[in-house]
Ligand binder design. Structure first.
Ligand code: SF4
Ligand code: SF4
Length: 184
């Protein structure tokens, strides 16, 4: 691949990703502290450091097609450890949104889980495990995944059929609206 051509053709798209995430990709000097601390790096096809390197080289589609961006658990360890204050967790979130728009979803079930988790929080104000796992099983086609643990969860009071709602659902709705401003 001709790197200077890739960098030039993706310049605007990468600039937009920088603006949305608040990350200046040239701030990263490739020390690798983010990847060394990432608890999921062992399962990723590219380390978090390599993702930002791809962007520095203008190789946007290569970054968007990775499994890494979907495996990220948004634990913020990378952002906290970075000596250059690069908020990699935020960058990966914007890359997921960009990948969705371009139809590059390498981990389809992870994408479904994200959607179901967020609509769960939006509807109830917090995550409801019974609904989360039920809808996820339905949408992923894994109908009976983890059903054997359900009786124990109900008996020990860790799962409930009746959803518990937060008192101030309007504030939750406002948080969602604020987060989605300019993203849809
Ligand atoms: S810790 Fe920060 S500077 Fe170091 S490689 Fe990761 S993002 Fe780049
Ligand atoms: S936020 Fe994602 S990339 Fe960063 S350390 Fe956590 S799992 Fe790894």
């Amino acid at each position: 691949m001709e790197l200077s051509r890739a960098a030039a053709s993706n310049r605007d798209a990468i600039k937009e990703i920088e603006q949305k995430s608040g990350v200046q990709i040239t701030d990263c000097y490739q020390c690798g502290k983010c990847s060394a601390g990432c608890p999921v790096a062992f399962a990723m096809d590219k380390t978090p450091r390599q993702i930002i390197r791809l962007l520095q080289l203008g190789m946007l589609d290569e970054a968007l097609k990775t499994h890494t961006i979907w495996l990220c658990a948004t634990c913020q360890t990378c952002s906290t450890r970075c000596p250059r204050d690069v908020d990699l967790a935020s960058l990966l979130e914007v890359l997921r949104q960009t990948a969705q728009k371009k139809g590059f979803v390498a981990e389809k079930n992870m994408d479904k889980f994200h959607d179901i988790f967020l609509s769960n929080v939006k509807s109830f104000g917090k995550s409801q495990e019974v609904f989360l796992s039920g809808f996820y099983n339905l949408r992923s086609g894994k109908l009976f995944q983890d059903v054997d643990s359900a009786p124990r969860l109900f008996l020990t009071g860790k799962a409930h059929l009746k959803p518990s709602l937060v008192k101030d659902k309007k504030t939750v709705q406002r948080i969602f609206e604020k987060c989605l401003e300019g993203r849809e």
